[in-house]
Design a protein around this ligand. Structure first.
Ligand code: F6P
Length: 543
């Protein structure tokens, strides 16, 4: 019923231009904007009226969003295919309360881990932690992939202004050894700390990279003692110990923390080292404030709910299969990669949590790039392409950047992009401009066709006052909850990722075929995989 009402409503507003809404309502910006802490969201440049939001809220209520939000925070096993609660929000909750999972107060383990992180990060930062030859740590290498990589990478870059000048952080995620060697060429094993970050400790890329680095380290320093240089973050401590990591050097993770939601745990260790534990706690605090806003605000004034429902509006009622995130801040350079995993690994599904086939669109393809760079690559498609692509512009207003003029141009560019997407340019307007410039009738006609831009393309503008640990924490939590809201509406389990498993299962057969002297037709029944294996083997001289 709610779905049908939204469809009918979409029909009735489909031809209204946003500009007309603005003309008829001078308070539209005030109506469709809100703040949470230092985050300000303007969502007035959307194809919505107050009725749209009321209908979307009704849909959310019908899909039991308020109940699901409560379940998220209280430890209900929302990840039903793995029988687990989803409690990344507990990681950023003040530790003085209790939350029971299987009869254990998980807040005690969280508190202990934060204490362990503080002791460790302080020692690295004040140089009391020494490498095996007595030198302090200068380089940190995070070895991990997916959620064990993107969170640390994104946040360390975002807050790099807070990092000490004598510490560098590197990231090895992929198995392509080109990158591994490039990093090793920059570091000295005597002054390097390796953080092996893997919830499962079975992820092939991370296990392979970790093993290679351990061999490299042992050979370089002629020692088998890893204790001053290798630590692990994992929910599988036995596997870390089996690899040679000392028990005291293992930071725990838990089943109830999904990989893509793990930056708030010890997976955030590289960030904690780079910005210091006080700043790390502020990062958690920012996320917690967004949690409280999400949990306790009305749906109509709830930032993650609004962002989530606007996405639903376009994906399911305007057939938008894509959306773009364009941060106008170098600090958020890796946000798009982070959000790709968050969004697409969570909601890229076509089976409902109850196991039924879903017959509506779910997760759109998310892409993005920093502004202004995006303006000079894919924004052409946003403005005149055949696809309807809503955009989130993210601005960081006050920066450490002393070049005020640069900052004005940066922020102004974002505003001009959202305005251009909304207003577009009609054929008549373009024609009149060309005529004024003295062009012939034919030239005016041809060029006006090329220059006219449809407009009426929606965007959100999200403004962070400045890039602080607290504001970054709030920003990430905002997008986490937005993803959750959409998962609830689509009725998917946003916390599993079974599709990823298939490729992992097929890999061992292929690796076996690479080593085998037999032709691969014995293992594979498609000529493409078979042909590619043989071609690769012939190039490598294994044929
Ligand atoms: O890609 C699948 C995945 O399981 C992600 O969800 C996860 O973030 C990543 O692999 C890494 O997993 P782990 O931390 O267990 O190595």
């Amino acid at each position: 019923m709610e779905w049908q009402a939204l469809k009918a409503h979409q029909n009735s507003i489909a031809n209204i231009r946003m500009q007309d809404w603005f003309k008829n309502d001078l308070h539209r910006f005030d109506t469709f904007s809100l703040s949470v802490g230092d985050l300000f969201l303007d969502y007035s440049k959307n194809r919505i009226s107050t009725e749209t939001l009321a209908l979307l809220s009704k849909l959310a209520v019908a899909r039991q969003l308020p109940e699901k939000i409560e379940q998220l925070f209280s430890g209900y096993p929302l990840n039903n295919t793995e029988g687990r609660p989803v409690l990344h929000t507990a990681l950023r909750h003040p530790v003085d309360h209790s939350l029971l999972v299987d009869g254990h107060n998980i807040m005690t383990s969280i508190k202990d881990t934060l204490t362990k992180m503080r002791i460790f990060t302080d020692k690295i930062r004040d140089k009391t932690w020494r490498g095996c030859t007595g030198k302090p740590i200068k380089d940190i290498i995070n070895i991990g992939i997916g959620g064990s990589h993107l969170g640390p990478l994104m946040t360390v870059h975002a807050l790099s202004e807070l990092a000490p000048k004598d510490l560098r952080c590197h990231f090895i995620s992929n198995i392509d050894s080109t990158h591994l060697h490039a990093v090793l060429n920059q570091i000295d094993p005597e002054t390097t700390l390796f953080i092996i970050s893997s919830k499962s400790f079975t992820t092939l890329e991370t296990a392979t990279n970790a093993t290679t680095l351990i061999h490299w380290f042992k050979n370089k320093l002629h020692t088998s003692d890893l204790s001053a240089h290798f630590v692990a973050v994992t929910a599988a401590p036995d596997l870390a110990i089996a690899l040679g990591i000392k028990e005291e050097n293992i930071f725990p993770l838990w089943d109830w923390v999904g990989g893509r939601f793990s930056i708030w745990s010890a997976v955030g260790l590289p960030l904690a080292i780079m910005i210091g534990m006080d700043h790390f706690m502020a990062f958690l605090e920012g996320a917690h404030e967004m949690d409280m806003h999400f949990r306790y605000s009305d749906l109509a004034k709830n930032m993650p709910v609004i962002l989530g429902l606007l996405g639903i509006w376009y994906i399911n009622f305007f057939n938008a299969n894509h959306y773009a995130v364009v941060p106008y801040a170098d600090s958020l350079n890796y946000l798009r990669m982070y959000l790709q995993q968050l969004d697409m690994e969570s909601n890229g599904k076509n089976i409902s949590e109850k196991g039924h086939a879903i017959d509506i669109s779910t997760c759109p393809v998310m892409f993005g790039e920093q502004g202004c760079n995006g303006q000079h690559s894919f924004h052409q498609l946003l403005h005149q392409g055949p696809h309807f692509i809503p955009v989130d512009f993210i601005l960081v207003c006050l920066t450490h950047n002393k070049l005020e003029h640069h900052q004005d141009v940066l922020i102004g560019s974002a505003l001009s992009q959202s305005q251009a997407l909304m207003c577009g340019k009609s054929y008549t307007e373009a024609y009149a401009e060309l005529q004024k410039a003295g062009l012939s009738e034919n030239e005016c006609d041809l060029l006006a066709r090329h220059k006219s831009t449809p407009g009426n393309r929606p965007s959100n503008t999200l403004i962070l006052k400045n890039m602080t640990p607290k504001n970054l924490g709030a920003l990430i939590a905002l997008y986490e909850h937005k993803t959750f809201v959409q998962g609830v509406i689509w009725q998917v389990n946003s916390f599993d990722q079974w599709g990823v498993e298939l490729g992992k299962k097929l890999l061992p057969n292929i690796l076996h075929a690479f080593k085998s002297s037999e032709r691969s037709q014995f293992y594979f029944n498609d000529s493409s995989t078979m042909g590619l294996i043989e071609y690769y083997k012939s190039l490598r001289g294994h044929s």
